[in-house]
Design a protein around this ligand. Structure first.
Ligand code: BG6
Length: 462
């Protein structure tokens, strides 16, 4: 029988994302999903009491409406196994448990802080067939370039390289998947997608929530490692890449962009870090922490397509909204007085596209006004019928489909880039600016764009 084992089974990710994703697969009768779910945690639950807990989270977070019968059937597959995963001896007992339940084919999910990856991988050597198992790793992969490298070497010694799935759930988001269609299947965009016509690109990922109970992990990571090094550089590389003729070439196309990122010369002009007021009082955060909960970056891609077009990224916690948008500003028309055309890809919470272009004001006048076309996918219908990011990626892993998982080389290049920025920022003695919760982040971030004569953009009228 097949087992899907989750290390970190009482964590936020399991409750909010993984269990609802499994439930959705069960409810929509996905044939690929035939696994028993083994939840590993240190707390004192029985399978019955854990299932009660799972019920509440699934009710809250599943995209498919909750159904008592479906849940009851589904819950029979959830088994709680109490174990301290840093105890080396515990893995022998886990192996016996698997043998007793005839669980011989494995997928292991590491939904824990990266410092535990190596301990768990070593422990799993004691589990029969673990060398043939698939393993899914949550980001961040390592804590910096050096630890990521060491971890990768160890994992590739324990598991087959082809069985390692490094998950980045942003690659499962509907509108991130849509960027390629939008770019390459519309000549009105594909023919203009370069620095001759595009003046700037902005990627904004706002979060309204703070760090919640994740202080232990977050204080050692910060926004650059938690969001930029992985999720947002993934988006940037898809926005900027050349056309991957085959979907299997997606990764090569992305990596070429990451390798072309211009080395930072002047860090003050390239990075602004911030921290929300009150962060240092959060649970498990150091009292004098300098960890950033906000980051804004100004990057350039040194290749023929993008020479001279700035890419701006900003992300933060406890901001004034939860929203991800990618804003493309086109260069001005020959008639300079006409405002610029703007295309905004809305990733979340609304999914769609906003396009701003110029028209003549109706009537006996030559005045120019801006037409604002705002397309949103039908959310209720769409949410019910479109698998969510984790659901898609779990299915892809079960189906052995690697395309939408991160490859090692991508991680290596992006760590290198982000580590260098962090070091330069520290070395220059630049401050981590405080910002008010509920604001749009530190004002100092505006200066990054103002030096190029730009300002942050968003879909108007929300
Ligand atoms: C996770 C980060 O990878 O992504 C979290 O660790 C962040 O800090 C989350 O909140 C954001 O994901 P989403 O899907 O809500 O945009």
């Amino acid at each position: 029988m097949k087992a899907f084992t989750i290390f970190g089974g009482t964590g936020d990710l399991t409750f909010r994302k993984l269990l609802p994703a499994f439930y959705n697969m069960a409810a929509t009768k996905e044939a690929v999903f035939t696994h028993e779910i083994i939840i590993i945690g240190r707390r004192d639950y029985s399978s019955a009491s854990y299932r009660q807990l799972a019920r509440n989270w699934i009710k809250k977070f599943s995209r498919v409406p909750y159904d008592e019968n479906i849940f009851e059937n589904f819950a029979l597959r959830i088994h709680y196994y109490k174990m301290n995963f840093i105890d080396k001896e515990a893995y022998r007992r886990l192996n016996t448990y698997y043998a007793e339940h005839n669980l011989t084919e494995h997928i292991f999910y590491f939904a824990v802080a990266p410092r535990f990856f190596s301990i768990i991988a070593t422990g799993l050597l004691q589990v029969d067939n673990s060398n043939e198992a698939k393993v899914i790793l949550e980001k961040p992969f390592g804590e910096d370039l050096a630890s990521a490298k060491a971890l990768n070497t160890q994992l590739e010694q324990t598991f087959t390289a082809d069985n390692i799935f490094r998950i980045d759930h942003y690659l499962g988001k509907e509108m991130v998947r849509n960027i390629q269609t939008l770019r390459f299947c519309n000549p009105i965009f594909s023919n203009l997608w370069n620095s001759h016509y595009i003046e700037s690109v902005q990627i904004s990922a706002f979060e309204a929530i703070g760090i919640g109970n994740r202080g232990g992990y977050y204080d050692a990571s910060g926004a650059l490692q938690d969001m930029v090094q992985n999720h947002l550089l993934q988006i940037l590389s898809i926005v900027a890449m050349e056309w991957p003729e085959q979907q299997t070439e997606l990764f090569d196309a992305q990596i070429r962009v990451l390798k072309a990122l211009r080395p930072i010369e002047n860090i003050e002009e390239s990075l602004v870090l911030g921290q929300y007021n009150g962060y240092r009082e959060e649970n498990l955060v150091a009292p004098h922490s300098r960890t950033e909960t906000y980051a804004a970056l100004r990057l350039f891609i040194d290749n023929e397509r993008w020479w001279g077009t700035p890419f701006y990224i900003r992300t933060g916690k406890k901001l004034n909204k939860r929203e991800i948008e990618i804003a493309i500003t086109f260069r001005p028309a020959f008639l300079q007085k006409a405002p610029r055309n703007i295309l905004i890809i809305k990733v979340q919470p609304t999914e769609g596209v906003y396009l701003q272009f110029n028209m003549k004001k109706p009537g006996d006048t030559d005045e120019i006004i801006q037409a604002k076309m705002d397309f949103s996918q039908d959310e209720s219908h769409h949410r019910l019928n479109t698998p969510e990011a984790y659901e898609r990626l779990l299915k892809a892993c079960i189906n052995n489909n690697h395309i939408w998982f991160t490859r090692w080389e991508q991680i290596e290049v992006s760590w290198q880039y982000i580590n260098r920025m962090q070091e330069a920022y520290k070395k220059a003695g630049l401050p981590v600016y405080l910002y008010a919760p509920g604001s749009s982040g530190p004002e100092e971030a505006n200066a990054l764009l103002e030096q190029d004569g730009h300002s942050w953009l968003e879909v108007p009228g929300k």
